[in-house]
Design a protein around this ligand. Sequence first.
Ligand code: ABU
Length: 894
Amino acid sequence: MKVSVILWIWPLAVTFIVGVTGGGERLLNIGGIFPIMGSGGWQGGQACQPAAMLALEDVNKRPDLLPGYKLHLAWNDSLCEPGLGAAVMYDLLYNPPTKLMLLGGCSTVCTTIAEAAKMWNLVVLSYGSSSPALADRNRFPTFFRTHPSATVHNPTRIKVMQKYGWSRVAIIQQAEEVFISTVEDLEVRCKEAGIEIVTRQSFLTDPTDAVRNLKRQDARIIVGLFYVVAARRVLCEIYKNNLYGKSYVWFFIGWYEDGWYEQHLEEEGLNCSRQEMRQAAEGHLTTEALMWNKDKEKTISGMTAGDFRLRLNQALIDQGYENQSTPVGYQEAPLAYDAIWSVALALNKTMETLKARGRSIEEFTYTNKYIADELYKAMNATQFLGVSGRVAFSTDGDRIAWTQVEQMIEGRYTKLGYFDVQTDNLTWFNKEQWIAGKVPQDRTIVRRQLRTVSLGLFISMCTISAVGTIWALFLLIFTFIHRHRRSINLAHPTCNNITLVGIIVCLSSIVLLGLDGQFVSEEQFPAICGLRAWCLSLGFTLAYGAMFSKIWRVHRLTTKTKIENKRVEPWKLYVMVGSFVVVDIIVLSVWQGVDPLQRTLEVFPLEVPEDTVEDIKIKPELEHCESKHNTLWLGLLYGYKGLLLIFGLFLAYETRSVKLKQINDSRLVGMSIYNVVVLCLITAPVTLVISAQQDAAFAFVSLAIIFCCFLSMALVFVPKIVEVVRHPGERVESTGDNAPSKEEEERYQKLMQENEDMQRLIAEKEEKIRLLKLKLQERAAIRAREQASENHVLTGEEPIQMRLRPDFQRENRMVIFPEASVRQIVGGTFRLPLFKNAFSTSSPLHLLLFLLCRWETSGAHRQPAGSKRRRRYGAQNQLRRLGVISLRCEGRSH
Ligand code: ABU
């Protein structure tokens, strides 16, 4: 692009307020600020300045417009930089001649100069400022513009969004007031229209992060508001992030010059090639206020918009722009042309008003509020048909205009339609084109997909469970049929039956565990959740509890010492199992009543389906059964059952080598408990970890249940079956578990009776013996008295001295001589007084001693004959056996 150096020549020709031209006319001076040579923002002065000069030429050709005057424009370049724009303004104001009005372009510059111009009572007319902020009359009281506000795009954007049913959009904007205020207006309108703004991204110079964030937020319909340099950066990022194509629609501003996306790429250091930029730009939409009169009627200047285009093109070529290439601001050039006409018309009107009041426009100074107000009123009332369309200003000083919608199709902008915001009328040509003919969606269509247990796995597990259940039923029948057999009878068959019932319940719970959304409705699911909890819990308690009670009993029996207590009382086992079941029922009932299990959904990250080209994503969901305080309830149940498991493990270990006749299968039950404990302790935590994988979790739990159940049945029952098969004809021993049979009971009662009879008989016999003994004693005493009276007359006290063995003294004294006192035993010699009446008071031994002494003292011992001698020897032997070493009767020693 070539820019004529002429643009840079300061228009020194005009340095006086109202100079006189060669034709004798006086000059009416206005100041102009054009953004031309800058590197950012909007450099629309490139086309607008030549357009303004054309207008100036045309206005000055009209003698009736400013009679006696020529309009003159003093101008300079602001580069679209507010600071420089302010400097240019001060140059214009502080250098004569006095400027009647200011002409400005580029929102950032106009915001600065329009805010300051009121201090100089100057009207500012902008041909190229779109910022909605400039509509604030308090801040910019003397501002007008032929350029429509950027807010005019917003109703059009909303209209197009509604046309395609887009209700979810994102916004990316450059951090400039013009775009910030536009977005604020867009947000309000979106809210009113029920369109959700999913994200609003802002950037100063580098849009990299902002564009990435759009992708992260899954933005599909995106409104981009930025100057053209930033637009190229954004487009390059769009390409890099693959945010273009069939799934995305971008709304850009429509006033960028044609081919904007493939220009200045190297200068601006963009990493995207022209081809890539073209690719990313394809299909985007633009909205723009109509800046070229689309009618063919003649405008105030006598030209049609087409005529103006030709003249402008020629002027641009004259200034060095190549044919076909349009400089920045080409779109807005009619606005600049019409802006000069607006100034001329306002001056015309003001001059007429002033003339009627005897005053002149030449009286204007920067402090002349009166003429300034007249100029303001005249500008406010200006209306005409210009090359940009009908020119009129709202009370805010804004241009009222139609907007047009275009789409980039194969690298060229195609008009899709027009929108008149005043009548809410959308004219649509149906020329839009979408990839694969499908209008992009405003969001990823998310399809919910319930993750369910695979059917094959479910059927397999149910089949195994059914086989297990049938096997358990067979074992129940088997146990019943062979209940009298010793091997079964002594194994607590009732407990084993309870175990089998528990196993059946546990196996049934496998079916419930696999019943998910593919089989039951959302409403039925909570009931299944409850059933699962009840079945698993009660099944476990029955099966494991019965085994636990047996092993507990074994432990009790092996730790008791009294033989009489070693009787197995079945009711104790039943009470124990019953207690476990009652605890279960209480916990489950409270759980169910207070905080019942509900259906909850675990949602997984979105997945891209492989079998479709459609823009959809799958949202996998998995059903779970959970209460509000799930952890609490599970903790309670697991804690209680965990303790039971650990305690069972301990008991099984303790009784590992015990063999009891009363519970003959205790070791097998112990092994079964090992198996259950180990599997439960593994399964519970593993299931919690893999709960998100429905197949794995279901398979793991089901197999654990199946393994426990089958192994327990095999360990406890297979040996019994083998035994029955091996010894089919074994004699029946009893009828029940451990209950004594009728015959046994009768036999017991009979033995007890016999025992009682025998004891009574023994007692009677002992009584008889005692009486007989007494009789014998009496008889012996009578006989002794008779003998004594025959042979000797007792003289009184006749002591006997006996020397006793030491051990005899200690041990037998009281037995043999109960009447002897310690005092009477001195140094092993026992003095025993003998009395006349000793026959009646002393023991038989005592009597024996007496007789022996009698014989000694009577001298009969020297020649004893016959039975007397034998009796004497017998008495002496008996004394020796009793420990009497020597005997002295009345001083005689033996
Ligand atoms: N149509 C160009 C607007 C430029 C600006 O508002 O700064």
